[in-house]
Design a protein around this ligand. Structure first.
Ligand SMILES: [Mn+2]
Length: 323
């Protein structure tokens, strides 16, 4: 038996080293020119769209540090997404006019138009939840002629009317539907819970979106039933996956802008997300991470890193199918 490993085997454990080398998302090559890329990992270090907790601008850097340990093969799917497609860190969206949320959104939209025009599927790390809309607006103005399906994980329905002086705020799902960016008949919200500022806060969601699945629903129905419903609603059309980390219980993601206790477990969330294998996922984001609120073991950043590997694996298989 040969006991001297080859170079690849010998260097494999360095995939777990988050402290070594130059940090990029999932230890992928840095590609600021948006070339030679199938899946683009993008930071949007912006917190001008949230009125509550405003440290989300620190998210991308903290995720780069920790996710450098997740350039790995996917155990459950049996694939190595980094061998299947070109996954690159495209750097951060431009932060030129961040003190004006409407102008900041315009700058993000222009950047993401270039991303979609280059044939790249973006996985963006926020930033607050307002970043979703310039991304999808860019998608609709470039490669996607129809409103896009939306799988939205969150403890909040995020359908607040215009407030705090701008439509470009972190609760823009009503505007997203009204502006024809997402298709309300193909929009699902998962993880909704918590007591409400106003009793009628979720009424618009329930009246307009295909399904609003509370945390209690996930527990009582089970993840398989939820997966089946979402897959039926989404069909074969393009889908965007937007993940507000507060969908998770704060035990798994304490460092979020608007924490809500008694949330989904990481196992429930992982089961559901992995159950989306084969859906036509054209982009995704993970938002609302506030690194200064993370604990010393960086559990929120670690959770995000693991979820990124799931998302990249789903998107890599979809890219291959549509190539
Ligand atoms: Mn939320």
């Amino acid at each position: 038996m040969k006991n001297k490993p080859d170079d690849k085997t010998a260097s494999a454990p360095t995939a777990y080293w988050h402290w070594s080398g130059i940090p990029t998302f999932l230890r992928c090559p840095f590609e600021p020119e948006l070339k030679n890329t199938d899946i683009g990992l993008i930071g949007v270090p912006y917190s001008g769209g949230n009125s509550i907790e405003r440290m989300q601008y620190l998210g991308p850097r903290a995720v780069r540090n920790r996710s450098s340990a997740y350039h790995r093969a996917h155990r459950k799917f049996g694939i190595n997404p980094f061998d299947l497609v070109r996954v690159r860190d495209l750097g951060d969206a431009p932060m030129l006019r961040v003190l004006n949320p409407d102008q900041a959104a315009e700058d993000f939209e222009e950047f993401f138009k270039k991303v979609f025009e280059a044939g790249i599927s973006p996985l963006s790390i926020g930033g607050d939840h307002s970043i979703t809309w310039p991304i999808i607006r860019a998608a609709r103005k470039t490669k996607f002629s129809e409103p896009i399906g939306m799988i939205h994980f969150d403890s909040h329905t995020d359908v607040a009317p215009e407030g705090f002086g701008t439509r470009n705020h972190a609760a823009g799902f009503m505007f997203g539907a009204e502006d024809g960016l997402i298709d309300p008949k193909r929009t699902v919200q998962i993880g909704i819970r918590g007591h409400m500022a106003l009793l009628e806060m979720d009424d618009w969601s329930k009246a307009n979106f295909a399904s609003v699945i509370s945390t209690d629903d996930v527990v009582s129905r089970g993840t398989e039933d939820v997966i089946n419903e979402v897959r039926t609603i989404m069909g074969n059309g393009p889908v965007y996956l937007s993940f507000d980390l507060d969908a998770l219980d704060p035990a798994y993601a304490p460092a979020v802008a608007d924490p809500e206790v008694n949330g989904l477990t990481l196992r429930e969330v992982t089961n559901i997300i992995q159950g989306f294998r084969g859906l036509n996922i054209m982009g995704a984001d993970i938002v609302c991470f506030c690194p200064p609120l993370d604990n010393p073991s960086q559990i929120t950043a670690l959770t995000i890193s693991s979820m990124m590997l799931d998302f990249v694996s789903l998107m890599a298989e979809n890219k291959l199918k549509n190539k």
